[in-house]
Design a protein around this ligand. Structure first.
Ligand SMILES: Nc1ncnc2c1ncn2[C@@H]1O[C@H](COP(=O)(O)OP(=O)(O)OP(=O)(O)O)[C@@H](O)[C@H]1O
Ligand SMILES: [Mg+2]
Length: 302
């Protein structure tokens, strides 16, 4: 899905990424680990269209790209879930889910039923022919669901035009249930736990047609139970065929869901291993710089 060859990124005189080779495949969770300042966020920013790379080749579905804006990334089905989720805390869960992409007009089964029927993924053509999938523009701005040509009355007014609230609530309730989240869709989203909110954000991206899901430290501020909830949702997205890129500080979490592990150190790839090729100890040592931990341990007299 995503391939980088020799990608570098400079911020003025600062070289944040140096000669990165990376592959993010569909149906896999690729974990990117690394200490603070290693370049993890910079990597995400290139993929999500926030900052163009300086040199090297960045391909999405085989085509070289330099994104000028996050919209271009979204149009290709690359969705990024940031840790500080852009939600409106006092607004209901279901409204947040559909924010900017509300279902309006007359019900159109084609447009609303999520792909739970085991049929081929609704956006199979997504990255193949470069055309927008059904829901990609709603991922962008919701316009596709709004500009449908609903029937009009004799005065040219739209008939049956309005928010399809019951339908939206139903969809979100089903999403919550499928994730094992026992919460009412009418609750303000701010009352959900951090892990539950992350899950809702992931489910939203998947619902609106993401093919590549980028997660920036989704479990960083979470306890064990909440992390488990999020990791389960990540595994489900992978099983649905998405390419998942998981940024994390936690080798444990990476090993729980990862198929492929990349450790960044000072902007370069320090380790690139598949599942089974690396142990928790190796991953931890690579991340923290084993010798630094030894030094610290000696210094603290433990
Ligand atoms: N906008 C920017 N301008 C200048 N330098 C930057 C900018 N963003 C990042 N850097 C530098 O690039 C390097 C990599 O930063 P980046 O944020 O990608 O690291 P990170 O791995 O995400 O770290 P953390 O774990 O702290 O989030 C750092 O040296 C950082 O100071
Ligand atoms: Mg970062």
């Amino acid at each position: 899905m995503i391939e980088m060859t020799g990608v570098s990124k400079d911020y003025g005189p600062v070289r944040a990424l140096h000669d990165i080779d990376l592959r993010v495949a569909a149906g896999e969770v690729t974990c990117v680990l690394g200490d603070n300042g290693a370049g993890k966020s910079t990597l995400i920013k290139i993929m999500s269209g926030l900052h163009p790379h300086t040199s090297g080749d960045f391909r999405v579905a085989g085509e070289s790209r330099v994104f000028a804006s996050p919209r271009e990334a979204l149009a290709l089905g690359i969705a990024t879930v940031y840790q500080d989720l852009a939600v409106v805390p006092l607004m209901e869960v279901w409204r947040n889910f559909f924010l900017g992409a509300e279902l309006t007009g007359r019900s159109d089964r084609r447009n609303v039923s999520p792909p739970r029927d085991g049929s081929s993924p609704r956006n199979a053509s997504f990255l193949r022919d470069g055309s927008s999938p059904r829901n990609a523009s709603s991922l962008r701005d919701g316009s596709s669901l709004r500009d449908g040509s609903s029937p009009r009355d004799g005065f040219g007014r739209r008939l049956g035009f309005g928010l399809r609230i019951r339908e939206m609530r139903g969809i979100v309730a089903r999403e919550l249930r499928s994730m094992g989240i026992d919460a009412d869709v009418d609750r303000p989203i701010g009352t959900l736990s951090g892990g539950q909110r992350q899950c809702v954000a992931i489910a939203r991206a998947v619902y609106f047609g993401a093919r590549i899901l980028i997660l920036d430290e989704p479990t960083a501020a979470l306890g064990v139970k909440q992390s488990a909830l999020v990791l389960r949702r990540i595994a489900a997205a992978r099983d649905e065929g998405l390419a998942v890129l998981l940024i994390t500080h936690s080798p444990q979490h990476a090993l729980l869901v990862g198929d492929h592990f990349i450790v960044l150190k000072l902007g370069a790839v320090a380790l690139d291993a598949r599942r089974g090729e690396v142990t928790l100890e190796e991953l931890t040592a690579q991340m923290a710089g084993g010798s630094e931990l030894d030094t610290l341990s000696a210094e603290l007299g433990r």
